[in-house]
Ligand binder design. Structure first.
Ligand SMILES: Cc1cc2nc3c(=O)[nH]c(=O)nc-3n(C[C@H](O)[C@H](O)[C@H](O)COP(=O)(O)OP(=O)(O)OC[C@H]3O[C@@H](n4cnc5c(N)ncnc54)[C@H](O)[C@@H]3O)c2cc1C
Length: 309
């Protein structure tokens, strides 16, 4: 449901947020698709709580936007986007701390820079992932080196009804590319991050992994990361599970470089799509359908989307 004038009036009465109707969002995701929508930028946790209370009282949906590195934005959105934009004193990164209290809106590239400088053990797990702290926790983003969830101590949440809560992470809080403690509509506003001591070799480990990623992935193109999840296949007669990498199967089919309107299968890494023109949601969806069908028809494997539509 689109916001009516009464709701917009009430939103504008809340301190520390700004509302823009029908904002151009083509720069609000890493894919840079043609997109627009109502956009609410929020500068404090108190404003987040008040806004959620208001939206909850009208039973209104919304979508939270981090860097938009895992979202395929529709050309026009029926729900408003909420973007956290909290201020933060980066002096915390001048020294090594036991726990780091950071806002959800912070880009995790700041954490990587700190890890390289001081050798923060455990922080190599998210090397090269474009994300905010909130997006990385929500997705439990990870690499071959590990997952973001492993370094999260606690999470500050504003629940859908506007109630604030500090959630202490336990061994069941995260699974593969997801968290298990947020309900639909909850917003992460901050987190305390831990580490596993100091190891001066971490800096070079991060730099090597970054180098590897830039050689194998189209990091300079407009993309949304991996489009399909790798498929897990149960072998017959309990012979175990194998992982089928989506990129490898797309590559074997010779589909690198396949283009639909402004979106193209990357020639560098087949599980990435690149926006090479004025690509739109519909173009991405169509190219995904084509690839999905080709892989299913030829290998009988259903590769599920990794990105959020
Ligand atoms: C070049 C490239 C490489 C990538 N490589 C990897 C990789 O190696 N590993 C990996 O895991 N991912 C990878 N990704 C995908 C992406 O970076 C991750 O999924 C990342 O966690 C997204 O973070 P974000 O802040 O952009 O969140 P968004 O994409 O904006 O949002 C993702 C989801 O999180 C929700 N969300 C975001 N912030 C909050 C919040 N504060 N509170 C509640 N919900 C929130 C959104 O509503 C949405 O549902 C890559 C993407 C690109 C473009």
């Amino acid at each position: 449901m689109f916001l009516n004038s009464e709701i917009i009036f009430k939103i504008n009465e809340i301190k520390d947020l700004s509302f823009e109707m029908g904002k151009d969002l083509s720069k609000s995701s890493t894919f840079k698709l043609v997109a627009s929508g109502d956009f609410i930028s929020i500068r404090t946790k108190e404003a987040t709580a008040l806004l959620l209370q208001l939206l909850y009282s009208y039973n209104l949906d919304y979508r939270v936007l981090g860097l938009g590195a895992n979202q395929i934005l529709p050309t026009t959105s029926p729900v408003p986007y909420l973007k956290l934009n909290f201020s933060f004193d980066k002096n915390i990164f001048n020294n090594v701390c036991d726990l780091y209290k950071v806002p959800a809106s912070l880009s995790i590239s700041n954490l990587t820079a700190h890890a390289v400088k001081f050798g923060i053990k455990g922080w190599e797990v998210f090397t090269g992932i474009p994300a905010t702290v909130g997006g990385a926790i929500f997705m439990n983003a990870g690499t071959a080196l590990g997952e973001f969830g492993s370094i999260v101590h606690s999470v500050d949440i504003v629940r859908k009804n506007g109630r604030m809560e500090n959630y202490l992470v336990n061994e069941k809080s995260f699974s593969y590319r997801k968290n298990n403690f947020l309900n639909s509509g909850d917003i992460i506003i901050g987190a305390e991050l831990k580490h596993f001591g100091i190891d001066l070799s971490i800096g070079s480990k991060i730099e090597q992994y970054l180098q590897y990623r830039s050689e194998t992935q189209p990091l300079l193109a407009k993309t949304c990361g991996c489009m399909f999840k790798n498929a897990k296949i149960n072998l017959p007669q309990s012979h175990g599970v194998i992982t089928c990498p989506a990129g490898l199967y797309i590559d074997i089919m010779g589909l690198k470089g396949l283009q639909y309107n402004g979106v193209r299968v990357s020639r560098k890494h087949a599980n990435f799509f690149e926006n090479v023109g004025e690509a739109r949601y519909e173009d991405v969806f169509k190219l995904m359908e084509i690839i999905y069908s080709e892989l299913y028809d030829n290998f009988g494997i259903k590769f599920e989307p990794e990105v959020e539509f």
